[in-house]
Design a protein around this ligand. Structure first.
Ligand code: GUN
Ligand code: FE
Length: 418
């Protein structure tokens, strides 16, 4: 048993923060036992780690990021999705046939996630099995949680990123055999890149793998209007884009995350809701690729699960704190156009990034009893130059802080150092 003392802030619901000034969190076997204003008598002899005036908050979850696009972070912002993929993204991802290159880039990438306080990540790798395995090993060695997808693609892609359906199946099964252990921090996730990259045969093999091994699924959905029109041509039998995934068992048949959903409405929205699919909202990517403004308020009103993603390198910023800010800003632009759609609040985006997103990994993202202790210790002394109240300290850190204020990081109860 260990007890952490400090100013504790987290969200049980999207409505408000729980704030415990000078409080205590007791942790045993990686999980929260309780949060207290006053240390209970039975814990008087437990070891206390005293963080004094610092803030203790849940760690961040990045629900959509492309590890092999790390080198392209912050460059190549002059095209929309489809030509952007062809001109910048596919050439970079092709380099990951070289495991030495992958090791160099992926180790920096994992360290950078750590630096930004992201302890759980849902990542795309590339079609390459060996470098995907390497990325999974790097997460394991770091002690950070991750669902990592070997990307599957077999059409409309350069030769360097085209595989056969049999190769995809064999390589996925090799990674599944090695990494699909119950309760493991790092696990595989079935990852058809998106409908334009996958033939019906590939999509159906992906659906079969997800079902056979009871694995989660991730892909992209309704990000860009050109993409949506193309999917209509490629999959004429599907009623709408999401239906193309659903027909192959890739839409909530096992836990599923769909990135973007910028243009989702009507029947597609109803199917996301009915099938319990989680939306990964990636506001910076949607700005940079001029994709549009995802209707997050509408999703929340419908009870659809939402998390936040950096989507490097469509997005340029790895900080999930900054994604909270951008998510609020996008919602304010919606609100300007339609005053019946209230903009997102700080507790709402914090809850989306922590407890809502964390639900994809189990009991993650809160400090309620039984939750895994994924936490950040924030030393905001530099920003707190005039004795701000605790909630203003948190808000300032989210808006204007960075990794310099993140003093310690915990994943599943373990202090993660690099
Ligand atoms: N759709 C298919 N592939 C990608 C990708 O790499 N990034 C983004 N933003 N959208 C995609
Ligand atoms: Fe993406």
């Amino acid at each position: 048993m260990k007890v952490y003392k400090g100013h504790i802030l987290f969200t049980k619901s999207s409505e408000k923060f729980e704030v415990i000034e000078n409080g205590y969190i007791a942790v045993e076997n990686g999980c929260v036992v309780g949060v207290y204003n006053v240390l209970p008598a039975e814990l008087q002899n437990a070891e206390v780690v005293d963080y004094g005036d610092k803030l203790i908050i849940p760690a961040m979850n990045d629900m959509h990021v492309h590890a092999p696009q790390y080198r392209n972070q912050g460059i190549a912002m002059d095209l929309e999705l489809l030509p952007w993929l062809d001109n910048y993204t596919f050439p970079e991802e092709s380099k990951y046939s070289d495991t030495a290159y992958a090791e160099r880039m992926y180790s920096r990438f994992v360290r950078d996630l750590w630096r930004h306080g992201t302890m759980r990540t849902v990542a795309f790798a590339t079609i390459h099995k060996d470098s995907t395995r390497l990325l999974m090993k790097l997460f394991q060695e770091a002690g950070m949680g991750a669902l990592v997808g070997k990307v599957d693609m077999n059409r409309n892609s350069p030769d360097t990123l085209t595989e056969t359906v049999d190769d995809a199946k064999r390589d996925n099964e090799a990674l599944i055999a090695e990494f699909n252990q119950p309760n493991a921090l790092v696990r595989p996730i079935i990852t058809p890149r998106f409908v334009p990259s996958c033939t019906p045969e590939m999509l159906s093999v992906c659906g079969e793998l997800a079902k056979k091994y009871n694995l989660p699924v991730q892909s992209h959905l309704s990000e860009n209007r050109g993409e949506i029109a193309w999917v209509k041509e490629l999959e004429p039998e599907s009623k709408f884009y999401g239906d193309a995934y659903n027909r192959y068992g890739l839409f909530g048949q096992t836990p599923t995350i769909m990135a973007h959903c910028v243009w989702t409405e009507g029947e597609e929205l109803e199917m996301i809701k009915h099938n319990g699919v989680m939306v990964a909202h990636c506001p910076t990517s949607n700005f940079n690729l001029s994709s549009g403004m995802a209707p997050i308020r509408t999703f929340l009103n419908n009870g659809i699960k939402v998390g936040l993603g950096s989507d490097i390198s469509g997005g340029h910023d790895l900080s999930i704190f900054k994604m909270m800010v951008y998510a609020i800003q996008v919602s304010k632009m919606h609100y300007c156009q339609d005053k019946t759609k209230p903009f997102l609040t700080l507790p709402e985006v914090f809850w989306i990034a922590t407890k809502s997103a964390g639900s994809f990994f189990g009991k993650v993202g809160s400090f309620e009893k039984g939750y895994e202790f994924d936490a950040l210790v924030i030393d905001d002394a530099e920003l707190n130059h005039d004795n701000y109240p605790l909630l203003h300290r948190l808000e300032r850190f989210i808006y204007i802080g960075d990794d310099r204020q993140i003093m310690h990081r915990y994943c599943r109860g373990k202090l993660i150092e690099m």
